[in-house]
Design a protein around this ligand. Structure first.
Ligand SMILES: NC(=O)c1ccc[n+]([C@@H]2O[C@H](COP(=O)([O-])OP(=O)(O)OC[C@H]3O[C@@H](n4cnc5c(N)ncnc54)[C@H](O)[C@@H]3O)[C@@H](O)[C@H]2O)c1
Length: 334
């Protein structure tokens, strides 16, 4: 196989703004068909990119022997059922986060993927940001337990489908999983505890579940990571930042655009500035293509996918109970 022939399921704003342009730029991938419940939308995207056909029938796309892999970019309630369906037709899968809305959905995905022997990747792209990879390189040369902090803040719309537990799963399941995965990548030790404090900061008449929290994750090597997830934030302030402190050293990543490091013995201090923020989406689909074409390990395979998903469920459970909850590596082995 020279190129991975991709069928796109879900032609919404993220698919059109991110995955489609990145597929078009990557010679290892080719987009052959588009699928959306809205056939007009699927047809428009197919026409724009020169895909062979558009459909609103996912079975047509999954039954096409000339499609090797699907990108699942629907709302969250579609992720697990479509992943199971895709695996059963032998398609490799890149599924946007979250892996599923609950533990059962994730287990069903894992079972179907394992039985079919297909490649599975979930869209936790941030760990593949060039600046996060650079931070990991610096940290690898200076081992030791770490204190980490990540901010993710924005004025999140109160009427977003992501706040509907049945469709989106809420902010922590739907988006927080990105950050829980990022921490697991930056700390080379398993997560062992989760504690969350927060609540509903958006209009409680429209949002009926917690949307904001400070989440603290403990790791087996003693590292501690806290993320502030604020839904009622400020559009004029950078959305994200990552900080790491350990052994007299510090790393600061501002919105995946600038990295500065301090107190690092050999290199002293330094600063890397990208022309534009890069959250790792391009590398993610490139590594997915390599996994399909060469058998290289998939980025964010089943275990990593479930690890951050499980933390997200524990965040909601910790908010409900007020308790810190434990997590063991065997809990996310599926
Ligand atoms: N990784 C990231 O950085 C990132 C950022 C934003 C969004 N996302 C993810 O992208 C996904 C889509 O988000 P969005 O904002 O584009 O949503 P959206 O509502 O704009 O698009 C979803 C599309 O999926 C279609 N759809 C739903 N069910 C379908 C089905 N069964 N078959 C075919 N089409 C179906 C809908 O008609 C819609 O056009 C979500 O999973 C979201 O979490 C990821």
């Amino acid at each position: 196989m020279q190129q991975v022939r991709v069928g796109l399921i879900g032609c919404g704003s993220f698919a059109r703004g991110m995955h489609v342009p990145n597929i078009l730029k990557n010679p290892k991938l080719t987009l052959v068909a588009t699928c959306d419940l809205d056939l007009q939308l699927a047809s428009r995207v197919a026409q724009e990119v020169g895909a062979r056909y558009a459909t609103s029938d996912v079975a047509q796309l999954l039954g096409d022997p000339e499609i090797d892999a699907v990108f699942i970019v629907t709302r969250h309630d579609g992720h697990a059922p479509l992943s199971v369906q895709a695996a059963r037709t032998g398609k490799h899968i890149l599924c946007e986060k979250p892996m599923g809305l609950n533990r059962d959905e994730c287990r069903q995905v894992a079972q179907a993927v394992r039985e079919a022997g297909v490649v599975y990747t979930v869209g936790y792209n941030r760990g593949l940001s060039p600046l996060v990879l650079k931070a990991k390189e610096i940290m690898a040369a200076h081992p030791g337990k770490k204190m980490l902090y990540h901010r993710i803040q924005a004025p999140f719309p109160a009427d977003s489908w992501t706040h509907d537990p049945a469709v989106g799963g809420g902010r922590f399941v739907g988006e927080g999983c990105h950050i829980f995965d990022l921490f697991c990548r930056l700390v080379d030790a398993p997560p062992v505890s989760v504690y969350a404090a927060g609540g509903t900061f958006l209009d409680p008449v429209r949002v009926h579940i917690p949307d904001s929290a400070n989440v603290t994750i403990g790791f087996a090597d003693g590292s501690v990571a806290t993320t502030l997830i604020a839904s009622d934030g400020c559009a004029d302030f950078p959305k994200e930042a990552t900080e790491v402190y350990w052994a007299g050293k510090a790393i600061y990543i501002d919105n995946f655009t600038t990295l500065s490091y301090h107190g690092v013995v050999d290199n002293g201090e330094g600063r890397i500035v990208l022309k534009a923020g890069d959250k790792g989406h391009r590398l993610e689909i490139d590594q997915f293509a390599d996994a399909v074409l060469t058998g290289a390990p998939a980025p964010n395979g089943l275990v990593a996918a479930y690890r951050a998903a499980l933390i997200s469920y524990l965040v909601n459970e910790s908010l409900a109970s007020g308790q810190a909850l434990t997590i063991n590596p065997q809990d996310y082995q599926l």
